[in-house]
Ligand binder design. Structure first.
Ligand code: 4GM
Length: 225
C-alpha cells in the first residue's frame, strides 16, 4: 500500500519514521510519500495562501499549488483522495478497515481557515474528520489516518492482535496485567494465573461488556451479544 501526503509542513511527518510504522516503511511493507505543496506553487514568492473573497478572518489555501501537486503525484487518479477537515465524515474503525483495502491513498492536509472549495470539488473524493474539535492543521489527522490504516497492512502488526480486536467486536478492551503478580500490595485477578483459558476468555468477555456498558453504552445498542 502507498500513502501520499500533501502538506505545507512536511517535517511534521517525521514521527512516522519511528516505532511500528517506521519499521514497516523500512521493511517496504508500506510506502509513505510526503510531498510539499509549496514546491508546486507557480508564484514567484511560492505563495500558497491568500485572503478570502468576501472578507473574514484568516487565510485560504490557493487552488493552483494544490491542483498542480495532485496532478503531478496522481495523474491517473489511481488513489482515493482524502481531505482532512472538521466537516468530514468522522473516522471509525470500520472506515479505517475500508481505507486499508485501497492500494493508493492520497491525503491533502488543510491549513489556515480552509482550502478553496473549487479544488475540493474537482480533486477530492472524501472528507474525513478525526473528531469534533478544531486543530491548527490537517497534519495530525493525516497521521492518525496513516497510523490506523497501516495496522491493517500485512505484516505491520501480528495477525493475533487484529484477530483479538475482531473477537472483541466493537467492545472496549478488558484490563491487562503483567508481572509482578503482586504490585504495591495489589494482586492480579486470580483467574489470569489459573492457566484455564476458557475461564480467562469468559472473564475477559465479561470485563469488556461491563466496561462498555459503563463508559460507552452507545456501543451496545443494536448489538447481538
Ligand atoms: C479547516 C478546514 C481536521 C481547518 C480544513 C483539520 C480538525 C480536523 C483545517 C482543515 C483541522 C479534524 C485544519 N482541524 N477534526 N484543521 O479532523 O484541514
Amino acid at each position: 500500500m502507498k500513502i501520499t501526503v500533501l502538506t505545507l509542513f512536511p517535517d511534521m511527518f517525521n514521527p512516522l519514521k519511528e516505532s511500528i510504522i517506521g519499521r514497516a516503511v523500512e521493511e517496504g511493507k508500506l510506502k509513505i510519500e510526503v510531498v510539499n505543496i509549496r514546491d508546486y506553487s507557480t508564484d514567484k514568492h511560492l505563495k500558497c495562501d491568500d485572503y478570502p473573497f468576501g472578507g473574514g478572518a484568516g487565510m485560504v489555501m490557493m487552488p493552483q499549488p494544490i491542483a498542480s501537486c495532485i496532478q503531478a503525484v496522481d495523474p491517473d487518479h489511481k488513489a482515493l483522495r482524502i481531505f482532512t477537515s472538521p466537516k468530514g465524515q468522522t473516522l471509525c474503525q470500520n472506515k479505517v478497515a475500508q481505507l486499508s483495502s485501497c492500494e493508493n491513498l492520497l491525503i491533502l492536509c488543510g491549513h489556515y481557515e480552509g482550502v478553496d472549495q473549487r479544488v475540493l470539488d474537482e480533486y477530492i473524493d472524501e472528507e474525513i474528520s478525526i473528531g469534533d474539535y478544531v486543530l491548527t492543521g490537517g497534519e495530525l489527522p493525516a497521521m492518525v489516518i496513516c497510523d490506523s490504516v497501516a495496522r491493517y497492512v500485512d505484516g505491520v502488526i501480528s495477525s493475533a492482535s487484529l484477530i483479538d480486536e475482531s473477537f472483541s467486536d466493537g467492545l472496549l478492551e478488558y484490563p491487562q496485567y503483567t508481572r509482578p503478580a503482586v504490585f504495591n500490595g495489589v494482586s492480579v485477578p486470580e483467574v489470569l494465573l489459573s492457566g484455564n483459558h476458557a475461564a480467562i476468555d469468559k472473564w475477559r468477555r465479561e470485563q469488556s461488556l461491563a466496561i462498555t456498558a459503563e463508559r460507552r453504552p452507545d456501543l451496545l445498542k443494536d448489538k447481538k451479544l
